[in-house]
Design a protein around this ligand. Structure first.
Ligand code: SF4
Length: 326
């Protein structure tokens, strides 16, 4: 196992739900993220996958310090990121950057590309104008652009090129971790592969770790080293990309993959179909949260399953794998 860079333990974000439209007595909590734990290794990619509303984007925002957790910790190189201040906070802002889904929304239309790319560097470091110009030029070249393109505005680029600008801006501080929230889903299919190849090349060159948030399993398979599958705020299965794609064990993972990926005729087994919609997070099922949709539900599923290691590094939270029920 490579060295850990970020360790997330029992991370939770519970939102209070109040009575009435204008607030009042708290009548319950929406558990957007509930006891999530994972490790991101140096220079490697962990993908968080699951249906929309499963908690993966909230998890990314907690990791980025854009939300405050209600429980648990996020540690970057052993420092609790939600306790940082002063110089340590600057260190965090340099070390962790993000690229979001929509390259339109994340780039200011009134700024030239060179100023957009320079912004994280100027905000967090004392650097001369010459050094800023040089670093912007080098970073634009790294993402496959020309230096002179720094003089242009975002609207003068295609969607794929705008995502390259967003990447250059995220990479200029040479971060240890890049959070990629659906980085190619707003792009044309023909451009998606280019951007994913670019991400892989940059990771090999710079040794940056990625936390990839994606509902696109083909992208995940291509880019990730490790995968964690989320359902209603919790991780239900995690492991290496081969373990999750070749031998998915949790009924939710199997259903998700059966619906999204073609099966090779040699590997054809009975398909697992996920029934119905995700329940309301205001009123989640007791016990295993997947039990209202699970094709293999049993009476024991009214209790919360423990997470079991079924192979080295491959963990599943399902009663089908707890020794007394399997
Ligand atoms: Fe299905 Fe039960 Fe496993 Fe939940 S614990 S996934 S309901 S078999």
């Amino acid at each position: 196992m490579a060295e850990p860079l970020m360790v997330v333990e029992s991370l939770s974000k519970h939102y209070p739900v109040s009575e009435g439209q204008y607030g009042g007595r708290t009548v319950g909590y929406v558990k957007a993220v509930d006891g999530v734990s994972f490790t991101i290794e140096k220079g490697r990619t962990l993908a968080l996958v699951g249906e929309s509303g499963c908690g993966k984007t909230t998890t990314a925002r907690l990791v980025l310090r854009l939300r405050t957790p209600t429980g648990g910790t996020v540690k970057l190189e052993e420092r609790d990121v939600h306790q940082l201040s002063g110089a340590d906070l600057k260190w965090f802002r340099t070390s962790v950057q993000a690229v979001f889904q929509d390259p339109w929304a994340s780039l200011s239309p009134r700024m030239r590309v060179r100023d957009i790319v320079a912004e994280p560097l100027v905000a967090n470091h004392r650097v001369s104008k010459d050094e800023v110009r040089e670093r912007v030029g080098v970073t634009l070249e790294k993402v496959g652009m020309q230096r002179w393109q720094g003089d242009l505005y975002p609207h003068e680029f295609s969607g794929g090129q705008r995502q390259r600008v967003a990447l250059a801006s995220a990479l200029i501080t040479e971060p240890r971790l890049l959070v990629l929230d659906e980085p190619v889903s707003a792009l044309d299919v023909s451009v998606q592969a280019q951007v994913m190849n670019l991400l892989k090349d940059l990771q090999a060159e710079l040794g940056t770790a990625f936390l990839l948030i994606s509902h696109d399993l083909a992208t995940v398979r291509y880019v990730a080293d490790h995968v964690a599958v989320m359902y209603m705020g919790s991780i239900v299965e995690s492991g290496s990309v081969d373990q999750i794609f070749e031998t998915p064990r949790h009924p939710y993972t199997r259903g998700l993959f059966d619906a999204a990926l073609p099966t090779h005729p040699r590997n054809r087994t009975e398909k697992l179909e996920i029934k119905g919609e995700m329940p309301s997070p205001l009123n989640p099922p007791t016990g295993c949260r997947f039990r209202t949709r699970c094709p293999q539900v049993m009476s024991i599923c009214e209790t919360v399953p423990e997470t079991i290691e079924v192979a080295q590094g491959h963990r599943v939270a399902c009663h089908l794998f707890t020794p007394e029920w399997s």
